[in-house]
Design a protein around this ligand. Structure first.
Ligand SMILES: Nc1ncnc2c1ncn2[C@@H]1O[C@H](COP(=O)(O)OP(=O)(O)O)[C@@H](O)[C@H]1O
Ligand SMILES: [Mg+2]
Length: 267
């Protein structure tokens, strides 16, 4: 493994608590190098999962947070000007394909469709990446795998993956874990007691039931971890929940009251 790719190797095991058979299934998809789509709401463990799997499979992981300003060149690479003239610089997708990393395109719907299409040839049986500006065709390294994340809740007509893109991927569904598992995760990540973690999870469950009734997105596992971390440093639980759970997800006064009431019920 060369120096470029070495920096992407994950040395220490990222903590991941399996929820079902996703670890075994993912290993099977990696074995056949199936491009994968991780579907689920934000903050439910998709990124942590792929970090854990890259570590477990002992493969470097290159993560790209997608956004609408991203161009195909940001993924594939570009010529740079320097003192000696022009020099080609591989983008993250090209580095991953050339050197054999798992390439994780986080929130891929955020990217424009003309950007998304550059991944298509890598998802064919040929597994190639054309660098058109450079006039090179990269044959993907045998270890390369493409993984994208996708939040079905954000679906809109303007922002959705094309069917022709979706159909190139196998998919794993992610969601907030059940009460016991989520409590275990919050305890592990923050150091709060199981009792406090369980209360936080109960508040989140209330909020998740309000999804679609005035809330676009429920309280995520990530938000519970923020709240728990504040509580662990000594912040009063009411204040911690207000800051980390309630205020971030709604500006609506009635909804705030409803969520604050849920906090008071449990703390
Ligand atoms: N199954 C899980 N095992 C361990 N940690 C988890 C799990 N699910 C969620 N988390 C925690 O929640 C946080 C947010 O998850 P993340 O993977 O960043 O979400 P996503 O990528 O789905 O938006 C993680 O940093 C991790 O602390
Ligand atoms: Mg993520």
């Amino acid at each position: 493994m060369n120096d470029i790719i070495k920096q992407y190797v994950i040395e220490k095991e990222p903590y991941y608590r399996p929820v079902a058979d996703e670890v075994e299934l993912y290993e099977a998809t990696y074995a056949v190098r199936m491009p994968m789509m991780l579907k689920g709401p934000t903050g439910c463990g998709k990124t942590r999962f792929v970090e854990h799997m890259a570590w477990k499979l002992n493969k470097p992981l290159i993560t790209v947070a997608c956004n609408e300003d991203m161009t195909a060149s940001d993924l594939v690479g570009r010529f740079l000007l320097d003192a000696s003239g022009t020099r080609w610089q591989d983008g993250p997708l090209a580095i991953a394909a050339r050197h054999g990393a798992i390439c994780y395109l986080d929130e891929v719907v955020e990217a424009r469709q003309d950007t998304t299409v550059v991944i298509h040839p890598l998802t064919d049986a040929r597994r190639v990446l054309p660098l058109e500006k450079k006039g090179e065709l990269i044959q993907a390294h045998p270890d390369f795998q493409l993984v994208i994340s996708y939040n079905p809740g954000y679906q809109s007509l303007m922002k959705d993956l094309k069917q022709s893109t979706k159909q190139r991927f196998g998919a794993l569904d992610f969601n907030y874990p059940n009460h016991e598992i989520e409590t275990e995760i919050v305890t592990h990540e923050t150091g709060v007691s199981g009792e406090v973690a369980s209360k936080l999870v109960s508040i989140a469950e209330r909020a998740r039931n309000l999804k679609g009734h005035g809330l676009d997105e429920g309280i995520s596992t990530r938000m519970l971890i923020y709240a728990g971390s504040l509580i662990a440093t000594g912040v009063n639980p009411h204040a911690a929940c207000r800051v980390a759970l309630v205020r971030p997800i709604t500006d609506d006064p009635d909804m705030r009251d409803a969520l604050d009431a849920a906090v008071t019920t449990f703390f």
